[in-house]
Design a binder for this molecule. Sequence first.
Ligand code: ADP
Ligand code: MG
Length: 683
Amino acid sequence: MSNKKGHNYLLSDLTKLKGVGNKISNLLKKKKVNTIFDLLWKLPKSYTDRSISSNIKDLKIGEIQTVTIIPYKYNFPRIRNLPNRVSCRDETGDLECIFFNSYEGYIKKILPIGKRVVVSGKIGFFRNKYQITNPKYVSEDSTIIKIKHNQYSLTEGITEKLYNNIIKQIIKNLPKLEEWHNKDILKKFDNISWYDSINKLHKPENIGKYKSPFYNRLAFDEIFSSFLVHSEIRKKIKKIKKNKKDLDLDKQNRFIDKLDFKLTKDQVRALSEINEDLISNQKMFRLLQGDVGSGKTIVALIAALNVVNSGFQVAVMAPTEILARQHYLLSKKLFKLSVKVDLLSSKSEFKDRKRILNELNNNKINLIFGTHSIFQKKVEFKNLGLIIIDEQHKFGVNQRKKLSDKGGSNCDVLLMSATPIPRTLTMTIYGDMDLSIIKEKPKSRKEVRTYTKLESKVDDIIKFIQKEIKTGNQVFWVCPLIDESKKIDHSSVLKKFKFLNKIFPNKVGLLHGKTEQVEKELILNNFLNKKYDILVSTTIIEVGIDFPNANIIIIENSNKFGLSQLHQLRGRVGRGNKQSTCILMFKSSLTENAKKRLNILKKTNDGFKISEEDMKIRGYGDILGFKQSGLKTFRLADPILNENLFILAEKEIKRIENNNEDISKFKTLIKLYDQADIINDIV
Ligand code: ADP
Ligand code: MG
């Protein structure tokens, strides 16, 4: 019978379970296990088969086995450190149980002379005799046929036995929830119910059956639920009616004609998708995704120009001051006097700041650049029509929704991301937004030549960069995080800095994790202005900044990085028209796997392809920016293995959206799977 309130049990506090008090509950909460539902995904990793073997003669040496025996003689030596022994037998042979650190009383109790008992343990063989050291007493009842013991990866302070107990308890009390899927969907999973799926999931003999209907159904539930939440957010945003923006496309095209390059097809398409949104009466909530150097900035700036020309203000938020300043300077150069542009910086003088705030409030500034400071309460816009957020991959769904609420109902939102990721991940992470993708890179762009080089050949590299520097080129020299500790990180960049500074006196800049923000910007500016030829740094070189003269990047210990991260780093160069070079250094011989990875980078400059390969090798959790983004990770679903399920979920969501179907039947699903704040106003 289905139980309407069944999900309440699953969402209850852990202390509702027998054997779980505050102490255990707190240990689990530290591992982000907050409800009984969360424990459902604690799966056995392996299990010990304690099925009873038929007799002593057939025991397999070296394996954990269970056997019925009759103890017949104790041997308790009175000498310290010698173990206690119990001789046992059955009809087929002898077996000795050996006990270290066990009291005689205990041994006599579990192995009484002449009684049949079941024991279990790893079988040894010594001096022609089978033995078990510190056997586990199983039972005195030899009629038990099978005892299987699940092994879980353990949380500190929680024993395997306790896990077995609480999970068994949950499975026993598992509610039969009302089915939320329709017949067509269910058919794809052999009509298996959620209840049966969970039961199967926990059967130790089903470990690793990732392709079975029960597994697929549960993975699909998870994907579908998260897509459903996205869909609801999107619907909510779409419901907000805004004033249409009147675009002057002639003006736009005249501006485009004056650029010293031709927009790529993808840029043109992205721009027209954005324009469609701007002239509609629905609020835009769009992601502009494109590889590093694909030319997102100009697309965003043209959209900004259109919005300004329609009488609204535009705010552009960059992750750092230096990037905000670079966008600001570019806009001033491109727009000249036709647009009133300004920069709100933390370094703005008080007087200047006051003027800017005033002018924003009076609509005297059309286009403002800044970091997140432009969204402080004090900053009031007269007529904000578009928010553009650059390099935003560190925002989660909740933060994005807040941002979209911020500008008020007339304000469109455009986010830009330079993290190319596979489509299934894009659907997962950005499913609440509409999507424009720039895949094609400007034709004039030369591919970054990528080489691998042994560290011992550093002299070759030095010769190479000496030559390049002479022609006015600049070099990034990246030292990796050797480990998480900033100390070692610091000393390795420092060493490299000293080494290079001897060869290139006073021409080397240094940036590391401890450099203060103000100093960092100074150093980056010095590098931009060619005071330095070489910039030694950890991986902190800002994303997105244009260093037109830097065309060489050297990455030490390159096999320590993920592919996507290497690709991002490589994207620091090759943004102009010069031929650029990336040298991946490595210490000594590489593993086959490492070679394969670095070869992918050598072969292609396509960030989307690289991230897909990266994900295949390392799993999706490690893809750059994904882990740090604080976004939900799936428990079962995997964007690579289950690509078909992601596509099925997307199709089903579209169908539901198109038919305007009531989604209240999914309430339980969403409640269980997305226990986030964001659903409070959905279900
Ligand atoms: P990203 O997408 O990484 O933000 P940018 O917008 O910073 O890339 O563009 C990188 C460089 O490419 C800039 O110097 C920009 O002027 C140039 N660029 C943009 N579009 C084109 C194009 N269609 N043809 C040639 N160069 C372009
Ligand atoms: Mg950019």
